[in-house]
Write a protein that binds this ligand. Structure first.
Ligand SMILES: *Cc1c(COP(=O)(O)O)cnc(C)c1O
Length: 405
């Protein structure tokens, strides 16, 4: 690893378009984030240190704010790009939009719903949860019942629960909110879905989309990306109690975001300068590719379909019970009978493919493959074949070994 970073820096300084060293062939890391980034993003991250107040960086930051809006299909949403991981988005929502004692409805499709609920409760929200069975999404009739029987400040949806690859379609839920409780804010945890799943923030009536740099967007980890609708900003402005956070307070960040977008640098806390260059490169690739965002999402659907069909052929069953509710950026599969994910993962790694095990109490019974970003969009790559072939071989070996016992 030290070899590549040294060469990268040498090449970045020596040439505007450095070539990646062919001889360096790392294993294919296909966990559902951090994902492998493109060379353009990798080299943008290796940008020499810049003043966060410089004109060069100010333009990059301002453009990143505008492009974030474009990726989420909103014209009026307010982006917040803040150093931190995806989790910081939960803190931003909990501290800025919900006041102590207000009720929030969490639509829980797994591990990340549990954690969001925990974060909300930490800041004093009254949390009600609707739980989906493992591998399924929430029942809309239950959501409708809850929304029509109690006033909620916000309802949260995990767009793709990365623990199970369950995809929850946000629009039908946002429609129910519109029908029964139009003041309620619709919060979408899209950490594992932005730039790999459809999101029409404005058209669907989503008030907050929160994400992170290291999953579908395809940049290194470390950036919390959140976009708030004007309805959410109005709810923030209407709050009557102090904001129970220092670093994550929108009172501090809103003027910073507005200044950079206008082309003026401003300081509250140092932005992750290099990471913003990398994020800018990732957004540019998403928006400037032929066919733009739409083509990218279509490619994710096709890649996902290929992997899921191959898995079925191998005899592996998907964790999402209904294919309609299966993510397009990742796949979660049950292990073959008698095999644990903690045995599959090292066997796949030995064949050059790194995958993730399960999460939570069932973690040994299933495993997860990420196929967001370059796996889906880079024509020159044969990632899908590599993943499928490794999987085929390992499953054959493991099941043959069981047969012999
Ligand atoms: C990864 C993830 C998070 C947490 O993001 P971090 O960057 O790890 O803090 C939250 N929600 C979902 C759905 C995720 O996939």
């Amino acid at each position: 690893m030290s070899n590549i970073s040294r060469l990268t820096f040498k090449q970045v300084r020596g040439s505007p378009q450095p070539q990646r060293l062919q001889a360096f062939s790392p294993p294919l890391s296909r966990i559902p984030g951090p994902i492998e980034v493109s060379d353009e993003v990798l080299f943008a991250n290796a940008h020499p240190s810049m003043s966060h107040m410089s004109a060069d960086f100010t333009k990059i930051f301002g453009d990143s704010i505008r492009m974030t809006r474009d990726v989420l299909l909103t014209k009026t949403g307010q982006p917040f790009l803040i150093s931190g991981s995806g989790t910081l988005g939960w803190d931003q929502v909990s501290a800025n939009l919900v006041q102590q004692g207000e009720s929030v409805l969490v639509l829980n499709t797994g591990y990340f719903g549990d954690s969001f609920a925990d974060c909300l409760a930490t800041y004093g929200a009254q949390v009600d949860q609707i739980y989906a069975d493992f591998g399924t999404t929430v029942d809309l009739a239950e959501v409708e019942k809850a929304l029509s029987s109690k006033r909620y400040k916000a309802v949260t949806i995990t767009h793709v629960d990365t623990s199970t690859a369950v995809l929850t379609h946000p629009k039908p839920i946002a429609d129910l909110v519109q029908k029964h409780s139009p003041d309620t804010l619709v919060i979408l945890d899209s950490v594992c879905a932005v730039a790999s799943e459809d999101i029409h923030m404005e058209e669907w009536g989503i008030d907050v989309v929160l994400s992170a740099s290291q999953k579908g967007i395809g940049a290194p980890p470390g950036l919390s990306i959140l976009v708030a609708s004007q309805k959410a900003i109005a709810a923030f402005n209407a709050r009557t109690t102090p904001i129970p956070t220092y670093y994550a307070s929108w009172k501090r960040w809103l003027p910073i975001m507005q200044a950079y977008e206008k082309g003026t640098a401003a300081y509250f806390a140092t932005p992750p300068v290099n990471l913003i260059y990398a994020f800018h490169a990732a957004l540019s690739q998403i928006l400037n590719a032929p066919g733009s965002l739409e083509a990218r999402l279509q490619r994710h659907k096709e890649t996902s379909a290929r992997i899921k069909a191959a898995a079925e052929e191998i005899g592996l069953k998907q964790v999402p019970a209904d294919p309609v509710n299966a993510a397009n950026g990742m796949t979660a599969l049950y292990c073959p009978e008698g095999v644990k994910s903690s045995e599959l993962a090292p066997a796949l790694a030995a064949k050059g493919v790194i995958i993730a095990g399960g999460l939570g109490t069932r973690k040994d019974t299933y495993f997860r493959i990420g196929h967001m970003g370059i796996t889906a969009v880079d024509n020159a790559r044969d990632d899908v074949d590599r993943i499928v072939n490794a999987l085929k071989e390992v499953v054959a070996e493991k099941t043959a070994a069981i047969g012999k016992v």
